[in-house]
Each structure stands twice: as C-alpha cells, then as structure tokens.
Design a protein around this ligand. Structure first.
Ligand SMILES: [Zn+2]
Length: 373
C-alpha cells in the first residue's frame, strides 16, 4: 500500500514524520539553490553547488523541525499533549491533541517556535562570521541558513491564524477580554484577512510582475491557510456550543451486555441480529470484563463460532477505553477520533452506566447544536 507519511523516529513521545508532499519542496529548493549558487559562484563546480545545496536544505529542514519542537516541548511542559510533528510541503506542523486551556499557555506555545528560529538565525549568523575565509561553501551555506531562519521566524509572526502570530493574537485578545470566543473570532478574522491579502499578492505577482511560478506558489499557500482557518473556525464553533455538554448527557443508558460464557454464534443469533447493535459489553453492569464487537469475530474462522465463548475474542477491560459521566463532549470526540473507536462505555467506579457510539454521538451533537441555536 502507498504510504503518505514516513516516520523518522520518536522524540519524547512525539512521532516525527515526513509527508510525501515534502519531497516536492525539497526538490524545488534543491534545484533553485543549486542554480543560484552556480550563478553567484561561477568558480564552483556543479558538484560543489549541488552538494552544498543538499546539505544546506537538510539542515534547513532540521531547523523547521527544531521550530516545531520548540512549540511542542513548551506545549508538553504546559500539559498539552503533542502526538506528532509532520514536515510537509508548506513547512512543519505540530499536532496537539487539544487546544491549550489558558491564554498564557497559548501565548508561550505560539512564541516558542519563532523564538527557536530567531535563535538559529543568530547562531548560524555567528558561525558564518566565524568561518568567513574557510572553504567557501561553508560560510555561504551558514549565511543562507541564518537568513532563511530569520525569514521563517518573521513570516510565522504575521498575525494571521493559523500562523504563530495568529495564535499570539488569539492569546492576547483572550487574555485582555477574558473571552475565549472573542479571541477565536479575532484570530479567525485575522487569518482570513491574511489569506485574502496573499491572494491579492499572488495575482499582482502573476498579472503585473509576470512572475507566474512565484504567484502560483503564493496562491497555494493562501489557499492552504484559508482551508486550515476554515476548519479551525468550525471546530471553535463546535467547542463553544458543546462547552457544557457531558458524557452523561450524550450516553444511551441502555447498555448492551452479553455473558462471558455465551458462544459467538449464540451471541450473533440471539443478541446482535435481534437488537441491531454491533458491540456489547461482556459481563454485567457491576463487573465489566471487556467489550466484544462484530469486527472481533473476524479473528476466528466461522466453524469455530459455535464452540468459542465471546470472552475469547473480546477486548479485555484493562485495554478498554472508557469515559467518566463528567467527561466533556469534545474530549470524548477527541478520544474516539484519536483511537478510531466506534463506541465507548461510560464507567463510574467500575460500574457501566451508559454507552456512546459514533452514530449516537454525532446525532446528539447535532441535536445540541440545533437546540442551543
Ligand atoms: Zn510555528
């Protein structure tokens, strides 16, 4: 099967990965940098220029990774889990499993990335100065790295969501007004403004300056920012509307159970086909042993179903994801998405009191959105 990301490794529990689109930007920068170096340094051989470009571009991507690690490490220290950092065509992205709960956290997480880039710009600048007069490709590469990190830091600080500057803006408005919603609205508006500005800039590049490739590139970035911005604004809306909704409000109090000793065949015939439910808890409300779902039956050939108890194919209780009655709706949504769960029991002190499956969750969320309108 074709994989769209490659995992480079793990750092402090964060998965570091490269998306396939990254190869495009890698190749683009490689080629343009090699030609640029050859024009500026006619005495360099093609191999000199290509090798310098190759090493420089790799260090540049390591710098982007460092920028994202800056965000991530501060996030983790402030209690916001980071699952992965992905390098892709437009740079890097740290995937946090939820938004920060405090304006201060949002602010420090957002500025940490550009701070790393500024520090790298300074470091490479000093190194370029120290190595001046050495084998020429070295100071040239270091100078370029200093400049590009400065550009990354400054570009990301432009106040337009989802750029870091947009997050800083969100944190500031949130802090000053005390309203998350006001912060979100300002950030989203700033992002839209930035994206449309970039669309304008791209048209100006293509139509007035005759710079077709550069203009198209800016348009792609604008389109990407607009898409991200739109997705985020929908999520904020959902969160606002779901703010007070808990697991107990969403759960179905009718929890389906099957006895541990029941054979798979009996369970399918007497319970699954009769009730239309795809998953059951194994055991009793006060003694939950596990969860068995229709997909678990695939692990055994059909001729063994009459003789095998459901307890043999279930997910045992200690490996089972569950939620508490007080858990928030968006945390449940997050949990189910993160682990691709189709259903999750609501448990309080070892006692199963409710049941949430994907269809029910979506239906209930829709209801809550509509009723609160
Ligand atoms: Zn950043």
């Amino acid at each position: 099967m074709f994989k769209s990301v490659w995992v480079l490794g793990h750092f402090r529990g964060i998965r570091l990965e490269i998306h396939v689109s990254w190869l495009i930007i890698f190749a683009l920068i490689m080629v343009s940098m090699t030609t640029g170096l050859q024009q500026q340094h006619p005495d360099w051989t093609t191999a000199d220029a290509a090798l310098t470009a190759f090493v420089t571009v790799l260090i540049f991507f390591a710098s982007i990774l460092a920028h994202e690690l800056g965000h991530s490490l501060v996030a983790i220290r402030r209690g916001v889990p980071v699952t992965a950092i992905t390098l892709f065509i437009f740079g890097g992205m740290a995937q946090m499993s939820r938004d920060p709960e405090q304006a201060n956290d949002e602010f420090w997480i957002a500025v940490a990335g550009p701070a790393v880039s500024f520090a790298l710009a300074f470091l490479f600048g000093v190194l370029a100065w120290v190595t001046a007069g050495w084998y020429e490709p070295i100071p040239v590469a270091l100078g370029w790295l200093s400049m590009i990190n400065l550009v990354v830091a400054i570009f990301n600080l432009i106040p337009g969501f989802p750029l870091d500057g947009g997050r800083v803006l969100r944190a500031l408005v949130w802090k000053v007004t005390g309203s998350t919603q006001r912060g979100n609205e300002t950030a989203i508006a700033s992002g839209r403004f930035l994206a449309y500005g970039l669309f304008g800039l791209s048209l100006w590049n293509m139509l007035v300056m005759g710079n077709l490739v550069g203009g198209l590139w800016i348009m792609l970035i604008a389109w990407f920012l607009l898409t991200m911005n739109h997705a985020q604004s929908r999520m904020y809306l959902l969160r606002d509307r779901l703010a007070g909704v808990r697991a107990r409000d969403l759960a179905d109090p009718d929890v389906p159970f099957v006895a541990a000793g029941q054979s798979i065949e009996e369970w399918l015939r007497d319970q699954v086909l009769v009730s239309g439910r795809r998953a059951f808890l194994v055991g009793s409300p006060t003694h939950v042993l596990g969860l068995v779902s229709l997909s678990d039956t695939q692990r055994l050939p059909q001729e063994q179903w009459p003789r095998t108890p459901v307890s043999e194919i279930m997910t045992p209780a200690d490996a089972l994801h569950h939620v508490a009655p007080d858990d928030k709706a968006d945390d449940i949504l997050q949990l189910m998405n993160e682990h691709s769960l189709n259903q999750v029991p609501v448990m309080a002190r070892g006692h199963a009191s409710g049941w949430i499956d994907r269809q029910r969750l979506l239906r209930m969320i829709e209801l809550h959105l509509e009723v609160k309108r």
